[in-house]
Design a protein around this ligand. Sequence first.
Ligand SMILES: CC(C)(COP(=O)(O)OP(=O)(O)OC[C@H]1O[C@@H](n2cnc3c(N)ncnc32)[C@H](O)[C@@H]1OP(=O)(O)O)[C@@H](O)C(=O)NCCC(=O)NCCS
Length: 147
Amino acid sequence: MLVAAVNWDPAREVVSRDQALGDRRIAHYLEGWPWQGDLGVVAVEPGGGVIGAVWLRLFSADDPGYGFVAADIPELSLGVVPSWRGKGVGRALLTEMARRAEESDFTRISLSVERANPARRLYADEGFTTVESGPDSDTMIKIVSGR
Ligand SMILES: CC(C)(COP(=O)(O)OP(=O)(O)OC[C@H]1O[C@@H](n2cnc3c(N)ncnc32)[C@H](O)[C@@H]1OP(=O)(O)O)[C@@H](O)C(=O)NCCC(=O)NCCS
């Protein structure tokens, strides 16, 4: 699902699993799973196969993710296999992750999304707002608890 997320744009050259996992800026979204504070949800089809995943990981200012905001705000990653896209799986995963983040006493969750990625609309629709804009991508956060 991490590789799927990296390869969101079909117009670009595909990044292989090995390439993705060989690049620490990408690999650190999953490396050594689970770290303390990690939270994840997988979606499975009726036959039991995994069709999507969403996960949260805390990063530090020394080793930030693309959507790093603060050390106590975990960053979200999301991917759904191509054959299951557009059927509500991504939205369901986001909703469940926000619920679990609140349950785990996080107040906010963040993410980074390229502005051209249609996923941006889904995030905005699910309550994420842009807090920082780079040349091609936005950092967005969602408040999950009023604490
Ligand atoms: C982004 C992604 C996780 C969304 O999952 P999904 O199961 O396809 O999403 P849903 O079916 O729940 O769709 C929810 C909304 O997303 C929007 N959307 C998401 N991806 C889209 C796409 N490629 N094209 C058009 N609309 C898209 C639609 O507006 C849809 O709204 P609707 O419910 O009003 O139709 C999935 O498309 C994916 O894995 N994409 C590649 C990886 C990626 O981009 N990850 C995010 C990196 S930041």
